[in-house]
Design a protein around this ligand. Structure first.
Ligand code: AGP
Length: 570
């Protein structure tokens, strides 16, 4: 895909932008070009093919420019030819610009400009922007750009040089990534901050019809009518220099990196002792996660495949209905987003235009968006309410490999997190057991009542068919205490009766048993011990069950309502 790089400062601007293009090479492209201003004339070079071809041509010239812009093009409007390669110019060649994105109303604008006598040399939508700015220019370049931006439709990132202002570059961004890098008496511009992170980690992200005038010492940002104060941000460490190491291709290196990238995705998130997941970066409140009734997954390509796997997992393991949509199709369905929907947007890069447009659509309809992304600071990360990071390190190969396996790991952890919340919403529970486990049931039910104000009844399991069975069903789960060895077989029979009536069963058991696992929905195992002593570990589990449910329901656990620690009245 297209990549933009720009530089202004004391270094050799041409060398720096060629090097910048090399760092963007991984995105895939078919032609490349660059431009600057020398002795008040636009100088440029553009070639079809590799950056090395462009560099060979540039070395034949004696370019000396204080500022330069450059681009790798991936053809959309017009074939991959030298004429269609960027930069593009106005008629007088007073300006040169490069562009990523698509100008959606380029046909209308072209017609209007042609009526004004403008002639076009390329098939691109980009050339329209050059002529449009020149058309409005009367000495006030910012004003001309502001007028042009007000007329442009689509998503675009543009870098521009003008012969009247040799020592500055201008950046224009609308719903397409463009980032300014602020160095020491120098500045950089790129569609991917990774390309300049080698020089500086101080960055300003542009978007929403923003225009930046970038000089070595100053960088000012404007909207279509006023100046804007933009916040600087610090790029993350992971934006370091990429390297193939001993591998022939980045793709092979990334395939071999997977043992480590999977470890990174799991590290400090999978809590073995509790069999659940914790995401440090997730600041959704428990009540936000509890209110999730359905999940809508949006993604493209490989990320969409990971989304399809996540939908199965969420449905089967967390019992949350999940719908997966290809972002580019979803955008045009005018979708209904019912309350209780969590949107999960999956994107390795965080810059996929269709996915970004789809999340804007759902956010406008009030949905909460959880991003699953590999690139800190990307558009998805900035626009989603929350993001779970893949921590896979830069994926340079165009074919997504390690990102996919990391996406599956992160999404399975998220499924686990959601699945662990599934007993929280019930308003009624039965605790069943026999012999030593019978009073243990009564105690377990009491704890749940006290801590979470849920209606919980403890029963001797054999008594259930004499009445309480009438209450068994999907809405009333059973906590089955299965740690009494003498009555274990009989209890399994009672559980079969419950299962036959669609009751949901959480068992607490002391020995692994295939038969039990086939009957019940979930099992929590406690250490094997004598029947009399099994009361203790089983009780601890019921206490923790009550505690966790109460906490997720936001109860005042230490001080339940209406209760006192010492009841000193009769
Ligand atoms: C597949 O190998 C791809 N490069 C492509 O399908 C990619 O997965 C898709 O474009 C989505 O990219 P994203 O994850 O960065 O959004």
């Amino acid at each position: 895909m297209c990549g933009i790089f720009g530089y202004v400062g004391a270094r050799n601007a041409i060398d720096i932008v060629i090097e910048g293009l090399r760092r963007l090479e991984y995105r895939g492209y078919d032609s490349a070009g660059l431009a600057g201003v020398q002795e008040n004339q636009i100088v440029f070079s553009k070639e079809v093919g590799k950056i090395s071809v462009l560099e060979r041509e540039v070395r034949k010239q004696t370019f000396q420019v204080p500022a330069a812009i450059a681009q790798t093009r991936w053809a959309t409007h017009g074939k991959a030819t030298q004429v269609n390669a960027h930069p593009h110019f106005d008629k007088e060649r007073s300006l040169a610009l490069v562009h990523n994105g698509i100008i959606e109303n380029h046909d209308d604008l072209r017609r209007g400009l042609k009526d004004q006598g403008v002639s076009f040399v390329s098939e691109t939508d980009t050339e329209v922007v050059a002529h449009l700015i020149a058309y409005h220019y009367d000495g006030d370049l910012l004003g001309a750009i502001q007028q042009a931006v007000a007329q442009l439709k689509g998503a675009y990132a543009v870098a521009l040089v003008h012969r009247d202002f040799p020592d500055q570059i201008i950046a224009i961004a609308h719903e397409a990534p463009l980032v300014i890098g602020i160095g020491n008496h120098e500045a950089f511009l790129s569609s991917d901050p990774r390309a300049f992170a080698f020089y500086t980690r101080q960055a300003i992200y542009l978007s929403n019809s923003e225009i930046a005038i970038i000089k070595a010492e100053t960088q000012h940002v404007y909207s279509t009518h006023a100046s804007i104060d933009k916040e600087y941000c610090l790029l993350e460490q992971e934006f370091g220099e990429p390297s193939k190491g001993e591998f022939e291709h980045y793709t092979l290196k990334e395939i071999y990196e997977q043992p480590q990238t999977i470890r990174n995705a799991l590290a400090s998130r999978f809590v073995v002792e509790y069999g659940t997941a914790i995401f440090e970066e997730l600041t959704f409140e428990d009540r936000d996660l509890l209110s999730v009734e359905r999940v809508l997954i949006l993604a493209c390509g490989t990320s969409w495949h990971a989304g399809c796997i996540a939908a199965y997992m969420l449905g089967e393991l967390a019992h949350i209905s999940a719908q997966v949509e290809i972002s580019s199709e979803f955008r045009y369905k005018n979708p209904l987003i019912p309350p209780g929907t969590l949107v999960i947007a999956i994107s390795q890069s965080g810059e996929t235009a269709d996915t970004i447009a789809a999340i804007r659509e759902v956010k406008a309809k009030g949905a909460r968006v959880l991003g699953v992304c590999n690139v800190q600071g990307s558009t998805l990360v900035r626009e989603a309410d929350e993001t779970l990071f893949l921590k896979a390190g830069p994926e340079i190969g165009v074919c997504s490999t390690k990102a996919f396996t990391s996406q599956v790991v992160v999404l399975s952890l998220f499924t686990l997190l959601m699945a662990r919340r599934k007993y929280v919403d019930y308003e009624s529970f039965f605790f069943l057991g026999r012999r030593y486990m019978y009073p243990t049931c009564l105690e377990g039910a009491l704890k749940l009542k006290e801590m979470s104000y849920i209606n919980a009844n403890g029963y001797a399991a054999g008594e259930v068919k004499h009445g309480p069975l009438a209450l068994i069903g999907e809405q009333c789960p059973v906590v089955a205490l299965c740690a009494d060895r003498i009555t274990y077989g009989k209890l399994l029979g009672n559980l079969m009766e419950i299962k036959a009536r669609h009751g949901k069963i959480l068992a607490i058991a002391s020995q692994k048993d295939r038969h039990l696992e086939e009957i019940v929905d979930d099992v929590i195992y406690v250490p094997v011990s004598r029947d009399e002593l099994a009361v203790i570990p089983v009780t601890v589990v019921t206490q923790l069950l009550a505690y966790n449910i109460a906490q997720l329901r936001g109860m005042d656990i230490d001080h339940p309502r209406h209760l006192a620690k010492s009841v000193t009245v009769e």
